[in-house]
Design a protein around this ligand. Structure first.
Ligand SMILES: *[C@@H]1O[C@H](CO)[C@@H](O)[C@H](O)[C@H]1NC(C)=O
Ligand SMILES: *[C@@H]1O[C@H](CO)[C@@H](O)[C@H](O)[C@H]1NC(C)=O
Length: 226
């Protein structure tokens, strides 16, 4: 028979697994921090992850469309920061992707090609891995990129409950940006869903068992960006 403490502990665990996650909810351009969800598409699943590899929710998160989201003007080369509600605390890699909208970012469903501009994987040192688990992630819009409207997508893949006993969790948000500048480069990429498979070594990796190398899922970051 369970005692009261066990029941409370079980309830706390259930509550935890349902709601205690994190969400990329706020964008900064250079040193200007904008309102929560002003330029980031608002999702409808609170701070929960996406786990279905075949779902279009993998693009920008559940219920996240361009309706009601503004598009921020940026210059190619500008730095940007994604800020979460609470720091990432499940181990796993963070990646940043972009996809050029055929017309406006607000009208774009993300069904085109996504190219990766940044991977943040683990650092291995003397048999242990360290991940960059942060509340902010900062990078730059490539300065060589063609002007136009884009979705700017950040993804943290939590692999703390190793596949196949557990299911890796994708934490995702998309910002809507309008890039100006004199660049001209365009990049091919991958489709989402489709870019991530349950056989990817970076998806199946067991961080608790002989974990000594890691390949971040998805394509390599595009080369020759500056
Ligand atoms: C540990 O991983 C390394 C690199 O992947 C591999 O060469 C080695 O055989 C593994 N050791 C065990 C005990 O599985
Ligand atoms: C680690 O390296 C081995 C040997 O090259 C490879 O088979 C395995 O997929 C790698 N693991 C990850 C998680 O990338």
């Amino acid at each position: 028979m369970k005692n009261a403490l066990q029941i409370i502990a079980a309830a706390a665990l259930a509550f935890n697994s349902a709601s205690a996650h994190y969400i990329f909810q706020q964008l900064s351009i250079a040193s200007t921090k904008y309102d929560v969800y002003q330029y980031i598409r608002k999702n409808s699943n609170y701070n929960s992850p996406v786990t279905d590899l075949a779902s279009t929710d993998l693009r920008c998160n559940v219920g996240a469309s361009g309706t009601g989201t503004d598009t921020v003007a940026v210059k190619a080369g500008d730095s940007f920061t994604f800020t979460l509600d609470t720091a990432v605390y499940h181990q796993g890699p963070t990646s940043i992707y972009m996809s050029k909208a055929p017309s406006t970012a607000a009208a774009y469903d993300g069904s085109g090609q996504w190219f990766k501009i940044k991977d943040i994987g683990p650092t291995f040192n003397g048999g242990s891995a360290t991940w960059d688990l942060s509340q902010t992630y900062t990078y730059q819009i490539p300065s060589c990129i063609a002007p136009g409207e884009y979705l700017l997508r950040i993804q943290q893949l939590a692999i703390h409950n190793p596949w196949p006993a557990g299911i890796p969790q994708f934490y995702i948000s998309c910002a809507q940006i309008k890039v100006s500048g004199s660049g001209s480069k365009t990049f091919s990429g991958v489709s989402i869903p489709g870019a991530f498979k349950s056989t990817d070594p970076g998806y199946t990796a067991n961080i608790y068992n002989n974990f000594s190398n890691y390949t971040v899922p998805g394509p390599s970051p595009v080369s020759g960006i500056q």
